[in-house]
Write a protein that binds this ligand. Structure first.
Ligand SMILES: [Cu+2]
Length: 475
């Protein structure tokens, strides 16, 4: 046996063993159409490689495909992912604005959701009015970096790839031929691709104790209510990107889904809980409290108790994220398609790292998801989840003529920018409200899709709510 064949045998043996132990997820369609010179190779070895789909191990270039023509006719599901690179002014927490760069008029850019093995056909268009070029580096791809070449104003480019690995992956502007990439990404040109596992998500197992020293395992169905949280920083001076601040890690703001303190109570929550829109639930947290803030008013994330919740989290930024939920334990941490931990308090994400957190909120209450770096907490990385009915609002809900609800999402909806597109194991949110760093154009698209502009609806409900609360003797 020559050296080359021997090496292949080693690969084959390892892979066959792996396939036997764990089951192979590769299919014949991934193996067909390869230009192998069979005469030069050991047929028996090749047969073994074919059987376990190990060709990817010896011919990775076979998957480094950017030719849309070949992939589009491969029989795989093709997702058309259209993005535009646009600069816009976006609001800051202090009422001022900054010069943002966006994918498709929103920060973060639209979330792409596909199933492992699908083809992504990405088209990036730069309007002729844009001052600079942009590119798009998608971490879900395994293609030549040349495909991420920058696109000039007035032009458009397309590349295709197979989303081979399941997980959550960053995409980001690659600047003008890599120049100013930091500025473009930290000014808003980032987003995520969610690649669902080909065979779906796993059930969630949570351990409970009986109190007599015995463990009980509770299983939750793979279907979950899903959220997305993307962490980043802003480095600004007078509304413009400041590279010096970035180099010295002196950030101006910590943002979650592009916003500082985006998921905190506002006056509608004050009204429902305190009976008065001006009476704050939290003196410290309510940084986004006012109807005039419209789609950037604080909104909360509502979940049911005893419900499987799945959160897709990506660190888009320049600082570590120590992800923690105050009052909860993270029941499962998955990175890529592999479970990394279970029943853990905090999980660390470095730059350009993502994870999937699965958990169940056991008790009704208020839970804050934070980056447990105190500088990050106090500069914006606080996201408030409300589970069940901790404020006993159901009598008010019923007083308004509705049925009692298992979470406040049925009344106020969940914020649109924190909810990813549906996948094969997603539970639909009862309603969405319009919340996020959006241009007016994106907002009107969301309205057309049925998302609720709470800043228009809440004033109409204030009268009836106060009436019911008075009847109940709460105010
Ligand atoms: Cu750019």
């Amino acid at each position: 046996m020559n050296k080359k064949t021997s090496m292949l045998f080693t690969i084959a043996a390892v892979a066959v063993m792996g396939a036997t132990l764990f089951g192979s997820t590769y299919t014949n369609t991934q193996i067909s159409g390869q230009a192998l010179d069979i005469n030069k190779m050991d047929v028996e070895v090749l047969e073994k490689i074919h059987q376990m789909g190990g060709l990817q191990l010896v011919m990775p270039q076979a998957f480094a495909e950017t030719d849309c023509g070949v992939l589009e006719s491969s029989g795989r599901t093709v997702h058309d992912f259209q993005l535009t690179g646009e600069s816009h002014e976006m609001p800051l927490l202090n009422g001022e604005t900054y010069n943002a760069m966006t994918f498709s008029g929103q920060v973060p850019g639209p979330t792409l959701r596909v199933t492992q093995g699908d083809v992504v056909k990405m088209t990036l268009t730069i309007p002729s009015t844009e001052m600079v070029g942009h590119g798009n580096d998608m971490h879900a791809s395994q293609i030549t970096a040349g495909a991420f070449e920058s696109v000039n104003p007035g032009e458009s480019t397309t590349y295709c790839y197979i989303a081979e690995s399941a997980g959550i992956f960053k995409y980001h502007c690659s600047g003008v031929k890599l120049a100013a990439m930091d500025q473009h990404v930290l000014s808003g040109m980032y987003g995520i691709a969610i690649v669902d596992p080909a065979n779906g998500y796993k059930k969630l197992m949570v351990e409970k104790t009986s109190g007599s020293g015995e463990l009980d395992r509770k299983f939750y169905d793979a279907d979950a209510l899903e959220f997305q949280l993307q962490y980043n920083q802003l480095y600004l001076t007078d509304g413009n990107y400041d590279m010096g601040k970035m180099m010295s890690h002196q950030n101006t703001a910590t943002v979650v889904n592009g916003m500082q303190f985006g998921y905190v109570p506002n006056m509608a929550h004050n009204l429902l809980v305190m009976g008065d829109p001006e009476k704050k639930i939290s003196a410290v947290l309510q940084a986004r409290d006012g109807l005039d803030l419209e789609e950037t008013q604080g909104q909360l994330l509502f979940v049911e108790n005893d419900q499987h919740v799945r959160i897709f989290i990506e660190n888009q930024g320049n600082e570590p994220v120590f992800f923690h939920i105050v009052g909860e334990i993270l029941d499962r941490i998955t990175q890529g398609n592999r479970v990394q931990s279970a029943a853990t308090e905090t999980w660390l994400l470095g730059g350009s790292q993502g994870m999937i957190v699965d958990l169940v909120f056991d008790e009704p209450g208020v839970y804050a998801a934070v980056n447990h770096d105190y500088a990050a907490i106090y500069s914006g990385a606080v996201t408030v989840f409300v589970a069940g009915d901790p404020f006993n609002l159901n009598p008010i809900v019923e007083g308004l003529g509705m049925d009692a609800v298992p979470s406040y999402a049925y009344v106020l909806g969940n914020p649109s920018d924190a909810v990813p597109p549906m996948g094969q194991n997603s539970i639909a949110h009862p309603a969405l409200n319009i919340h996020g760093m959006y241009t007016d154009e994106v907002i009107s698209d969301l309205k057309a899709d049925g998302a609720i502009p709470l800043w228009e609806v809440v004033p109409e409900l204030a009268g009836p709510i106060i009436e019911v609360m008075t009847d109940l003797g709460r105010i």
